[in-house]
Design a protein around this ligand. Structure first.
Ligand SMILES: *Cc1c(COP(=O)(O)O)cnc(C)c1O
Length: 372
């Protein structure tokens, strides 16, 4: 195979293109009917009362933090094995992300280790549904209720995923989805907040648009806000993609199943774990090398060898707590979150997208096999 196999690839159909083109023929390029339609359809898909479209998942998380009144000196419990945005959104409001190590199998926050990190300053638990696996939400909800904490779900990787039949992002105060081109559905850039809480919805809606009084036609600003608006072009693409979400999730599941069938036979490779109560929404396909046989250097070497064969892979995720500015700010060091670090050292995200072919998957697996 002489072509390159990318890590991810958005699937844009003729209908998607048409939907965007149709917006370009109108005079409403922002804040028109498409954003309303996208929000309505996301609320209906997630069975929530309110959905608020924004220009990225990060913006959505920031607005949720802000709408809950989380501020300087407050603490938010979260995990370090994530995309950096889930932790940065806490720093935006000068609050402190307090990391809890992850569960070695699900890669989500280890619910059994949350309570020991709760202090008087703790305001919320921000869970990350890593790689499309919804966290152990019943345990997390129990802890939140007992200690009177908000629960924010970073469901940016988990649209359509479920825990015990309930959709990711809909468990408590608010959930956020993202539509960057590597996500299950894309709007180019974009995000969506979902909530059943009218107050959160109202604040997020106002703050995405400079803090405007949304009830008034005339310009009147009630609070400080941002420009986190989603354009009509992005919203139209979102509507079109959301229409075939079930088909998209099925395609991805099929690709993951094929990877699983081939790779489970290779000694030294651990295939992704899916908890009993979880319906995966496959975001990436990430394998782990067996720690008895491999170390971080081996992993990096394997990734280089794949790259030479035209296969793009990624060390998803490096631990947030070891990123230089987190080390500077909080003095974290290696050893602080051993499970996160161990997983990060040995993980490889493989090429994964809606229309990845059988041949491409086999080619990736053959090359992995040769090097493991
Ligand atoms: C994609 C993603 C986000 C949001 O990313 P944006 O690029 O801002 O849309 C947040 N958290 C996680 C875990 C993500 O994977």
């Amino acid at each position: 195979m002489d072509k390159k196999i990318p890590l991810s690839r958005p699937e844009i159909t003729k209908k998607d293109r048409k939907a965007v083109e149709n917006v370009l023929k109108t005079t409403s390029l922002s804040f028109g009917p498409k954003i309303k339609e996208f929000e309505k359809k996301m609320a209906s898909y997630t069975k929530t009362k309110y959905a608020i479209a924004v220009n990225s998942g990060t913006s959505g998380l920031h607005l949720v933090i802000k709408s809950l009144g989380i501020k300087e000196k407050d603490e938010v419990i979260t995990s370090s094995f994530s995309f950096i945005a889930s932790s940065n959104c806490i720093l935006f409001e000068k609050a402190k992300p307090v990391f809890v190590d992850i569960d070695e199998k699900t890669l989500c926050i280890n619910a059994d280790k949350i309570e020991e990190k709760i202090t008087k300053k703790t305001k919320a638990i921000l869970v990350v549904h890593v790689f499309g696996q919804t966290c152990k939400m019943d345990k997390i909800m129990k802890i939140a209720r007992k200690h009177n904490l908000y629960v924010i779900e970073d469901a940016c990787e988990a649209i359509g995923g479920m825990y015990k039949g309930k959709k990711s992002g809909t468990f408590k105060d608010a959930g956020v989805f993202a539509f960057y081109p590597n996500k299950q559905i894309t709007t180019g850039e974009g995000g969506m907040i979902v909530t059943n809480n009218q107050k959160i919805a109202k604040l997020c809606k106002s703050m995405r648009n400079q803090g405007k009084d949304e009830k008034k036609e005339q310009l009147s600003y009630l609070r400080m806000g941002y420009n986190y608006r989603m354009s009509e072009l992005n919203a139209a693409l979102g509507v079109s993609q959301l229409e075939r979400i079930n088909e998209i999730l099925k395609k991805r599941e099929k690709a993951a199943n094929l990877y699983n069938r081939i790779l489970r036979k290779i000694e030294g490779i651990e295939i992704p774990y899916v908890a009993d109560n979880v319906k995966m929404s496959w975001f990436v396909y990430a394998i782990r090398l067996n720690s008895n046989k491999f170390n971080k250097k081996d992993r990096d070497k394997i990734m280089k060898k794949l790259d030479k064969k035209g296969i793009v892979s990624k060390n998803y995720f490096p631990p947030i707590h070891l990123e230089p500015f987190y080390v500077d700010m909080f003095g974290y060091k290696r050893g602080d979150f051993p499970v996160t670090e161990k997983v990060s050292d040995l993980i490889i995200a493989l090429p994964f997208y809606n229309n990845i072919t059988r041949e491409e998957i086999k080619y990736v697996c053959d090359n992995l096999k040769k090097n493991c």
